[in-house]
Design a protein around this ligand. Structure first.
Ligand code: BES
Ligand code: ZN
Ligand code: ZN
Length: 503
């Protein structure tokens, strides 16, 4: 989508005029560029009883110049960036394509810079579909792309131009994460993810991607990843992302780790068949890591950041790991496998230990880890667990800023104790009952974050946060995320981009 910013001029094929409740008279500039009869039509509509500017009111006026949509956005004082973004997204999703693909959005009186940016961001984020496997929906020519002109008073245009550019760049990362998340498991398996990451890095001077294949994983003793992935014909791998690897060498920098189960059948502890197709999305943590690096690259971020994607396919087979097995992880700690469907934590055990070795400023892992977090928070928020209050509040604030809610959850010691009470190994991969399943999982992960000495010579764990995105990574019906119609959401690319670049 080509997005530009201008003062009030062109009318486009489709002109959206978002208006506040109580607008009784056409605001200045709303009819600029329209002929006499169109102007009268718009003015009459705005002052008529048929349009009151309340939320969800929308009327269309067909004029000579364009289809004009008056969009009610409710009370001006109650407008938030979230509402504004959602208005943009929803309005865009309802546009008919046959009307033409040049959209103008006119922000007239009462609109401020933040809400304008969010409205446009909503359109940009929603302008996504995953139709590469629908033969009937392939574009026939090249002029299929939408163009969008954001019109506002001259006071904002310069600043808006920069901001919308930045938001578009971040959206490329969100869309990349969605593309990866939506790929079926027969198309995107661990090594294909690695191949795409290498491909992505080509020609980009300040990024590096390294893939540890199956034999390298064996050499390194990454058995958490190996055991989960060995039952599949598609073998596991670990993918390292680095941006600006030669800068900030003397500084501690963040490391972001993603769960990348390209398909989670449950393995020998096989899942039920209802909804199993959704488990192609069990690599969304790794997809968000990849998307984040794209967003950092596209916005020209100048700091160093590390990423790790732990890629495996969890399948039952004669070679698969089993309940009862004991894994020697990369950390040296052993895991008793009680349920092969609790596989995400096994692969993250190696990823977190590896991340710790990089001596990072902090570690954040992203994982579609538990059904339990979906029970707790539904599809509305990501579960946020952390051993560090400052990191936790920074993540929460970053999430709030971009309207991707990260809700703090407790790392209760009782659940951690369940996970360390195996009779035959150091850690067990399942707790002692159903209750608190998401906290059990977080308590497990915590065992694989290294300690290091603080300035007083005391041992303290590296600041770490675990984000359980099982409920927020995908939409399979429902309305929890207006910026997506179906499938992968690209969740947390925007939050982490904000956290890393702005806070
Ligand atoms: N990938 C699933 C969690 C999941 C559930 C993601 C729903 C997205 C939507 C994970 O690997 C899993 O199966 N977890 C089990 C753990 C249990 C066996 C201890 C769960 O949550 O039931
Ligand atoms: Zn599982
Ligand atoms: Zn899983």
């Amino acid at each position: 989508m080509k997005v530009t910013v201008s003062e009030f001029s062109d009318t486009g094929n489709i002109m959206i005029i978002p208006l506040f409740e109580g607008t009784e008279k056409a605001p200045n500039n709303s009819t600029k560029g329209l002929g006499r009869s169109s102007t009268i039509a718009v003015k009459s509509a705005i002052s008529s009883d048929g349009f009151d500017g309340k939320e969800k009111t929308k009327i269309s006026i067909w004029t000579e110049e364009s289809q004009i949509i008056l969009l009610g956005v409710g009370n001006k004082n109650k407008l938030t960036t979230k509402k504004s973004r959602d208005f943009g997204a929803k309005c865009f999703s309802s546009l008919p394509e046959k009307q033409g693909k040049n959209i103008v959005v006119r922000f007239t009186s009462g609109w401020d810079y933040e809400n304008i940016s969010s409205f446009i961001e909503g359109i940009i984020l929603r302008n996504y579909s995953f139709n590469k496997y629908q033969k009937s929906k392939q574009p026939v020519d090249n002029d299929d792309e939408w163009s969008l002109v954001c019109q506002s008073t001259q006071r904002y245009t310069k600043q808006l131009s920069l901001e919308i550019n930045r938001l578009s760049s971040i959206a490329t990362g969100v869309h990349l994460a969605r593309d990866l998340g939506n790929e079926p498991a027969n198309r995107l398996y661990p090594e294909e993810f690695g191949r795409r990451a290498v491909e992505w890095s080509k020609g980009k001077e300040n990024v590096e991607v390294e893939v540890w294949n199956y034999s390298r994983l064996k050499e390194e003793g990454m058995n958490g990843l190996i055991e989960v992935g060995k039952g599949s014909i598609h073998k596991p791998c670990m993918v390292f992302f680095r941006i600006n690897p030669n800068l900030d060498r003397d500084k501690q920098v963040p490391c972001i780790v993603g769960k990348g189960i390209t398909f989670d059948s449950g393995g020998i502890s096989i899942k039920g068949s209802a909804g199993m197709d959704e488990m192609k999305l069990d690599m969304h943590g790794s997809a968000s890591v990849f998307g984040l690096f794209q967003a950092l690259y596209a916005t020209g971020y100048k700091g160093r950041v590390n990423g790790i994607a732990c890629m495996a396919e969890n399948m039952p087979s004669a070679e698969a790991y089993r309940p009862g097995d004991v894994i020697d992880t990369y950390s040296g700690k052993t895991i008793e496998v009680l349920n092969t469907d609790a596989e995400g934590r096994n692969v993250l055990a190696d990823g977190l230990w590896k991340a710790s070795e990089m001596n990072p400023s902090y570690i954040i892992d992203l994982a579609t880890l538990t059904g339990s977090i979906v029970v707790a928070l539904g599809h509305e928020a990501t579960g946020l667990f952390s051993n560090d209050d400052l990191l936790s509040s920074r993540i929460k604030q970053a999430g709030d800023y971009v309207d991707e809610i990260c809700w703090p959850m407790p790392l209760l010691p009782a659940f951690e104790k369940q996970m360390t009470s195996s009779k035959i190994a150091d850690v067990r991969n399942q707790g002692k009952g159903r209750w608190g399943g998401a906290i059990q999982a977080a308590g497990f992960l915590k065992q694989f974050v290294q300690e290091r000495e603080d300035e007083n010579g005391e041992k303290i764990q590296i600041p770490w946060a675990h984000l359980d995105i099982a409920g927020t990574a995908g939409i399979w019906g429902g309305e929890s995320n207006a910026t997506v119609s179906h499938g992968a959401t690209g969740i947390l690319v925007r939050t982490l981009h904000h956290l890393i670049t702005e806070s």
